[in-house]
Design a protein around this ligand. Structure first.
Ligand code: SF4
Length: 429
């Protein structure tokens, strides 16, 4: 029996793609292995968002080339965001790789499989489901992105927004819940873009309503949000539907209008503030995380101060911060000078990290003494863990059934997680 080795870098969308590819390879009769030395096919699913991720992929490819010298039958494939429309440069640089596949374009990888194989034809996406290995699963609902932020490679690698039909998503989630999944996270690069390209133009709220009718599904999350696509109608659906978690990942990227404009984010600081205000007016306890890039080309000290002021004012649950680094193929790389010094980038990064640690610590501390509903996701060592509706990680010291919803009295808050004891089981599944 042939074996595959699959190594994944990057975001939840890449994780979901890898799970889907794995399901397809299993359907063709392959079994997984954690050891590339014993694999017949090795696939690396790459990320281009940061230089570091690309360097890790290069290093992994070097290791796989060495293994292939010992094991000439090993087939190598590279997929994900490192692979663009044109692969000439990659082919020159990595001549030993058999296949370069763009995100979600799995056919070429499937064709590497030898021997009798089921012809999946056009049925790959609608009918090949990732095999769940716990109560939580990712479900891509819209692929690609139309936004073209100046620093981002995604639209060039993942193509334009393309929504999956509602019925197809509902069928997949029903399959997942029949196999133990209790929480799904609906994925899109800009998840609220879902539906605009479908015949009846359903929106994300309509999809959430459909999914809420599935008996065994307890929780629905969604990411990543894009401020301009997040309509009042979608927000009202999140607020109204009890199975949809009031938890938002809403990248702001910068607090200054000049930098937002240069990034082509499509909104102003005032519009972003208003959007957060709308979320909190409808759902006062909502968990909200954001992303920030510091040291963007042209970002002055005053621009950066505006970002810090915005973070102080909006008090996010978590801020994911990165220092700008130019990514080949983006508008910023072609047209902008990377003119903020490395020292200034490091200082700004550090300052945002300090703000984030203080504020998220204060927010976490407010959970102590409260009772929170968590879905038990798994166990590490002796500790069970799960998340609150707002996305906070909670550790529970006493045994709890994985996949069950329990109420937990929070007795300790740390910078990254909470701890508590169950007070009652809500459902046992
Ligand atoms: S919204 Fe902007 S940052 Fe997000 S994936 Fe699209 S282009 Fe990239």
């Amino acid at each position: 029996m042939q074996k595959y080795y699959l190594w994944t870098l990057g975001c939840q969308m890449n994780v979901a793609d890898s799970e889907k590819l794995a399901a397809g390879l299993v359907r063709l009769g392959l079994t997984p292995t954690d050891l590339p030395e014993e694999a017949d096919i090795a696939v690396i699913n790459t990320c281009s968002v940061r230089q570091h991720a690309e360097e890790r992929a290069y290093s992994k490819l070097g290791r796989l080339r060495d293994i292939r010298r010992e094991r000439p039958g090993l087939k190598l494939a590279v997929m994900g965001c490192m692979v663009g429309l044109k692969t000439d440069d990659l082919r020159k640089r990595f001549p030993y790789v058999d296949v370069f596949a763009r995100p979600q374009q799995f056919d070429a990888i499937m064709q590497l499989v030898e021997g009798p194989a089921e012809d999946l034809g056009g049925e790959f996406w609608p009918s090949t489901y990732a095999v769940p290995d716990g109560p939580c699963a990712y479900v891509p609902v819209v692929h690609g992105c139309n936004k073209f932020c100046t620093y981002c490679i995604v639209p060039y690698r993942r193509g334009r927004e393309k929504s999956r039909p509602v019925e197809e998503i509902v069928r997949e989630v029903a399959y997942l819940t029949a196999h133990g999944v209790r929480e799904v996270t609906l994925l899109g690069q800009t998840v609220e873009a879902f539906g605009h390209d479908l015949p009846d133009q359903p929106d994300l709220g309509d999809l959430m309503r459909e999914l809420s009718s599935l008996d065994r599904l307890h929780r629905i999350r969604f990411l990543t949000s894009y401020p301009k696509d997040m309509t009042r109608r979608i927000l009202e659906a999140v607020a109204e539907l009890p199975r949809v978690m009031e938890c938002f990942s809403l990248p702001v990227q910068a607090g200054s209008d000049a930098v937002l404009d240069s990034m082509r984010r499509g909104y102003t600081r005032a519009e972003y503030l208003a959007k957060i205000g709308e979320v909190r007016a409808l759902m006062p306890g909502a968990g909200i995380t954001t992303d920030v890039i510091v040291g963007y080309p042209g970002e002055s000290d005053a621009d950066f101060e505006e970002t810090c002021e915005l973070l102080e004012a909006l008090r996010f649950d978590k801020v994911h911060v990165a220092a700008y680094s130019p990514r080949a193929g983006t508008i910023a790389h072609r047209r902008m000078e990377d003119d903020v010094s490395s020292d200034a980038k490091a200082d700004r990064l550090h300052r945002v990290e300090e703000i984030e640690a203080r504020i998220s610590g204060e927010i976490n501390a407010r959970y102590v003494g409260t009772t929170q509903e968590i879905l038990v996701e798994g166990v590490r060592g002796e500790q069970f863990f799960g998340r609150t509706r707002t996305g906070k990680l909670v550790h529970v010291d006493v045994p709890a059934r994985v996949g069950s919803l329990i109420n937990v009295r929070i007795d300790h808050a740390g910078p990254f997680s909470l701890r508590g004891e169950p007070v009652e089981a809500l459902t046992l599944i």
